[in-house]
Design a protein around this ligand. Structure first.
Ligand code: HEM
Length: 414
């Protein structure tokens, strides 16, 4: 069992079950949510929380139950009402339709438009670019002094990749980082001060991407995401807010998640020096380490659905319209599905058996791309550095959705 889980010594075990509310972002910022999920998995795996900042909601906490919900899109909608895919409802007066938050048949059609971005031949082409950029960036890192891994490596690398996928003006790429952070920010907690500021910045994103759309729609079709949407019959006439919604989806999908996996790997290896040693001795283990990092980190803590009909799960009556939250972060630590789930083990027999990419019709489009990027980064890291040493506690993000790091101080020997 890893050091951060201390069963029965925490408030998680002192409070009545029905008072447990795992949606509090503070639990994630302080990394103290683990025992709550551990208790729910053991005592009340399909759990009802009657009161929270997001209204009442069900928590699904076990691996197989999450699979059952995620693959039953007929009953569990990604779109219904003011729903969507996070525990926080969409806002009535600022709705951003995007295909991750759509049901069939529209979802399937829009997903198909952008899927060629991860076709094997495209991934092969991207790999060379990603490797060259990663190599250059790693060569330029400071030696013998403490610096922030999140900013210098994780953000920079994923932002560069995103700029490539959109064929976005490269020098302006940090705009993408900003829009990604703004899109998932809770106003008043560091990134934006108010809801108005958030909306205004997202509208700037819309204006910028509209210029790119106009440029692409009038040129020959190319392999970037904007061109794919501009030249497809399915997406050519999207209303402006739907275009913005899909852009935000692609920005956030391809950014925060991979970013936090790159950082998570460094954290995991530092917490498990025996695994770091094993990796140094056999860099061939990168292939199985990458999915293990993605499981261990679980960059998106949950996905949410809305029940379209009354239904039963583990004897609990879920009513039509109820909010159902699949806690991937908990399912990935379910001891009935994964052996020693709290341990970080870089040579697991079935490392891709995890929930971090979801399942069913919404399973992550970018999963192979994310894995390729992480593999390339670790290959280039191991060619250069014996050790990336974590020098202090990471600062974690205040969110129950994006599970990751704001900063991570590290040092590479001179
Ligand atoms: C480690 C990295 C990543 C993680 C953990 C991750 C996780 C997820 C999850 C959990 C879902 C929803 C699954 C469901 O509801 O069943 C999803 C969907 C999606 N992801 Fe990723 N993702 C990652 C990387 C990427 C990348 C690099 C892209 C780049 C384009 C991307 C694009 C998308 C899109 C477009 C969807 C919506 C798919 C749909 O609704 O059909 N993701 N991702």
């Amino acid at each position: 069992m890893s050091a951060h889980i201390k069963p029965r010594e925490t408030p998680a075990y002192d409070m009545p079950l029905d008072k447990i509310n795992v949606s509090r972002p503070e639990l994630f910022r302080t990394n103290s949510f683990w025992p709550y999920f551990e208790r729910l998995r053991a005592e009340d795996p399909v759990h009802y929380c009657a009161e929270s900042d997001y209204g009442p909601f069900w928590s699904i906490t076990k691996y197989n139950d999450i699979m059952a919900v995620d693959t039953n899109h007929q009953v569990f909608s990604s779109e219904a009402g003011l729903g969507g895919i996070s525990i926080r409802d969409q806002q009535q007066d600022f709705r951003l339709p995007m295909f991750i938050a759509m049901d069939q048949p529209k979802h399937d059609k829009q997903r198909k438009v952008v899927s060629p971005i991860v076709a094997p031949e495209n991934l092969e082409r991207l790999e060379g670019t990603i490797r060259a950029r990663a190599a250059k960036m790693l060569d330029e890192l400071p030696r013998g002094e403490t610096f922030d891994w999140v900013d210098r490596v994780s953000i920079e690398l994923t932002t560069q990749m995103l700029a490539t996928l959109f064929d976005f003006p490269f020098e302006e790429r940090r705009k993408l980082t900003r829009w990604s952070d703004v899109a998932t920010a809770i106003p008043g907690f560091g990134i934006v001060d108010t809801e108005e500021q958030k909306r205004q910045e997202l509208m700037e994103c819309a204006a910028y991407f509209t210029l790119l759309w106009n440029e692409r729609v009038n040129s020959e079709p190319k392999g970037d995401l904007i061109s794919m949407m501009a030249h497809s019959d399915v997406t050519r006439n999207m209303p402006p807010m739907e275009y913005l919604g899909n852009i935000i989806l692609l920005i956030v999908g391809g950014n925060d998640t991979t970013r936090n996996s790159i950082t998570g790997g460094v954290v995991a290896l530092n917490e498990n020096p025996d695994q770091y040693r094993k990796l140094r001795d056999d860099p061939g283990l990168i292939a199985s380490m990458v999915p293990e990092i993605i499981r261990w980190q679980t960059p998106l803590a949950h996905m949410r659905r809305t029940a379209l009909a009354d239904t039963e799960l583990r004897g609990k009556q879920i009513k039509k319209g109820d909010k159902v939250v699949m806690w991937y972060v908990s399912g990935n630590r379910d001891e009935e599905a994964i052996e020693n789930p709290n341990d970080f083990i870089i040579d697991r027999a079935r490392p891709r058996q995890h929930l971090s990419f979801g399942f069913g019709i919404h399973r992550c489009v970018g999963n192979r791309l994310a894995e390729m990027q992480l593999r390339v980064v670790w290959e280039e890291i191991l060619k250069r550095f014996q050790n990336i040493e974590v020098m202090g506690e990471p600062e974690r993000i205040y969110s129950n959705f994006v599970k990751g790091y704001a900063t991570l101080p590290v040092r590479i020997a001179a």
